[in-house]
Design a protein around this ligand. Structure first.
Ligand code: EPU
Length: 310
């Protein structure tokens, strides 16, 4: 696409042919991208395209090389990136566009515990809520009290944690657009919380390719239907990375995409990679794991594709 030009929808500026920043640092653009500053502007975007897509930090997202036709919305304004910490009650409210690491750091500094278990997870609050981001040390949902969202008709809704339907790397938020999340945290010692956060970060740095271009784990950890010797028992959720590694996929390459030698559930990209390379590699990894273990891996990475205009 050539240089972005501007138009307006209900007072919101729309950029054409805008890059969608993702951690893979490859993939297509948005035909139209808006950065609504508050709920009213988000409502105007929804009136323009009820099928709009929301981009968060792009930490778990792959955009097909052909880009997307729907309006893409990024919640970057002050209203959507606010973080309110009430030290006395332990209630923290963060806008959907706020970065999770920033929320964690503010809470740790305030001596509020519970979110430090999510250290090292790059995500926006809205994205982390939608997919219940997490890892071995905890999940986003653990400390959620309320989710504030907007439906596709522009109505504001409020959900309890139970109503949000969180599960393993999933939520029941569906088509709702998260606008903010309230957490309930516990009082703790700031120095202890900082140590815990740093220890989790060290574990991750040692076992994951943190400096490479990737979207974290590509596949969800599967639950085994049958026991696999040396891997796990029937009914147990096991590491997809372990299965991919045992299937001999480390270092496997398609174009500019490669299975990391550090952690096999990470696909890392070279500067010349395109989204089709990543998808092709994920398909090949899926085949190899299925033929080695009879296990079907489900992608964790969200892939955006639209019909091309002819
Ligand atoms: N393992 C291997 N080879 C590999 C990768 C892992 O043998 O290439 C083994 C490890 O040695 C370990 C076991 O598999 O014995 C589990 O590995 P790890 O602790 O890395 O955990 P994981 O189940 O592979 C999950 C999350 C990660 C999260 C880590 C740590 C999923 C899909 N993955 O990985 O989340 O960082 O725990 O908390 O739930 C992400 O979601 O993007 C992500 C990276």
């Amino acid at each position: 696409m050539t240089a972005a030009s501007a138009e307006c929808v209900g007072g919101v500026r729309i950029e054409r042919g805008a890059k969608i920043p993702t951690w893979f640092r490859c993939g297509g653009a948005a035909d139209r991208l808006a950065r609504p500053r508050d709920e009213d502007e988000l409502r105007a975007c929804l009136a323009n395209d009820p099928g709009l897509r929301v981009v968060g930090d792009g930490a778990n997202l792959l955009v097909a090389d052909g880009g997307v036709r729907e309006l893409v919305v990024s919640l970057e304004g002050e209203r959507f990136t606010r973080i309110e910490v009430d030290e006395a009650s332990g209630r923290v409210v963060a806008g959907a566009g706020a970065r999770l690491p920033r929320v964690i750091n503010l809470c740790v500094r305030a001596g509020l515990g519970g979110l430090e278990t999510l250290a090292g997870i790059p995500a926006s609050v809205g994205g982390a809520a939608a997919m219940n981001a997490g890892g071995r040390f905890g999940s986003f949902a653990d400390r959620v009290e309320r989710v504030y969202a907007m439906d596709r008709q522009g109505r504001e809704v409020e959900l309890t944690r139970e109503a949000a339907g969180f599960g393993y790397r999933t939520s029941g938020l569906g088509e709702l657009i998260v606008t903010a999340v309230a957490f309930r945290l516990e009082r703790g010692d700031a120095a202890d919380l900082r140590d815990r956060r740093d220890e989790i970060m060290r574990t991750k740095t040692a076992s994951q390719p943190m400096r490479e271009r990737s979207a974290g784990c590509c596949f969800k950890n599967p639950t085994l239907t049958d026991a696999i010797v040396g891997v796990g028992a029937a009914g147990e959720r096991v590491s997809a990375g372990l299965l991919i590694d045992r299937a001999g996929c480390k270092g496997l390459t398609v174009g500019g995409a490669r299975v990391s030698e550090v952690h096999a559930n990470f696909v890392v990209t070279a500067p010349d990679a395109n989204a089709a390379d990543v998808v092709g590699l994920m398909v090949e990894v899926g085949h190899r794991v299925r033929s080695a273990f009879g296990v079907t891996l489900e992608p964790e990475v969200v892939i955006w594709r639209s019909e091309s205009v002819s």
